[in-house]
Design a protein around this ligand. Structure first.
Ligand code: CAA
Length: 287
């Protein structure tokens, strides 16, 4: 698939990343099929897009006409055939479990046109391993957005062991058409580049709290006002989703070793289902 042949994009998974990616693609003028497994999930994702576009329009970051046009370009689906049957490019943003992704790819392959590209928004899983679960490993790559996608400039474009150059070029051009800055990640290593650096930072913050060496507020003051991150380490965890951070760490711990062991404080927070902003409570309370 050449970049200039891409017209319809299917985004699979309407959660915090999926709906944000769908919003970005629709703002860039693409027809977007947003798909999730339940009507309520896809509806919730659609409403989040409406909320975000309204917010951007209220702040004059886009016009009301642009917001309305982008909303109109997003079609919500539960049926997989309807979502991908005529898609040119699929962005998969389903939960970070190999079994779930495998099942989704198997369903997608039954209906997706030959030549269409599949890109995974995985935060850490191996692109090579994922591509081997599809029938098009050469046409498969990573396309990793950051939360919130509509505000974050970077997109990692990750080559798996089987990805061909044409797929990487088309994906990079698409990221640029979305108004983003792509960075090509040559090595398919756990966490790619950003999460390899950022997730251990968030974990280290949790280790300090676990050991009673610092409080959440003390760590956040330091990371925000001295190290210069736009959010404190714990604020960032709540933005990303503590369950996501935990899954990335579990995977890096498995593949790279014990330096990546999740801290008890993070584990307890995830076990209490305090996933961050999306659940109304994380390290901070958002209710
Ligand atoms: N759409 C529209 N508006 C949004 C929004 C969205 N998706 N998300 C937040 N906002 C709004 C908020 O509601 C808030 O609105 P109000 O001003 O009306 O209260 C406003 O944006 C917040 O804006 P601020 O002025 O307070 O902050 P900012 O504009 O300067 O920056 C930010 C916000 C861009 C999120 C910034 O804090 C930032 O860059 N944070 C770091 C985020 C980051 O690093 N993300 C990557 C994490 S790693 C990852 O995602 C990968 C992974 O695989 C785990």
């Amino acid at each position: 698939m050449e970049f200039d042949e891409i017209e319809t994009i299917a985004v699979l998974g309407a959660g915090s990343m999926g709906h944000g990616i769908a919003e970005v693609a629709a703002l860039a003028g693409y027809d977007v099929n947003l798909r999730d497994i339940k009507e309520e999930f896809v509806q919730n994702g659609y409403e989040q897009i409406e909320w975000s576009l309204e917010k951007l329009a209220d702040k004059d970051q886009i016009s009301q006409d642009e917001a309305d046009a982008a909303t109109d370009r997003v079609e919500p689906y539960v049926d997989i055939e309807a979502a991908v049957g005529e898609a040119d490019f699929v962005i998969e943003a389903v939960p970070e479990k190999m079994e779930i992704k495998r099942d989704v790819y198997s369903d997608v392959e039954q209906h997706l046109p030959e030549g269409a590209i599949i890109a995974s928004n995985t935060s850490s899983l191996s692109i090579t391993d994922l591509s081997e679960e599809t029938e098009r490993p050469a046409g498969f790559c990573g396309m990793h957005f950051f939360n919130p996608p509509v505000r974050m400039q970077l997109v990692e474009v990750i080559s798996g062991g089987h990805t061909d150059e044409a797929t990487l070029d088309a994906t990079e051009e698409l990221a640029e058409a979305f108004g983003k800055t792509p960075v090509r990640v040559r090595k398919d290593s756990p966490g790619f580049i950003v999460n390899r650096i950022l997730v251990p930072l968030m974990n280290e913050a949790c280790w300090m709290v676990s050991a009673d060496e610092a409080t959440v507020k003390e760590v956040d003051s330091t990371t925000k006002f001295d190290i210069g991150l736009p959010m404190g380490a714990f604020e960032l965890g709540d933005q990303v989703g503590n369950d996501v951070t935990y899954h990335v760490l579990e995977y890096m711990n498995d593949v790279l070793g014990e330096a990546y062991e999740p801290a008890p404080f993070l584990e307890e927070t995830v076990e209490a289902e305090k996933h961050g902003k999306k659940t109304g409570e994380g390290f901070y309370d958002y209710e």
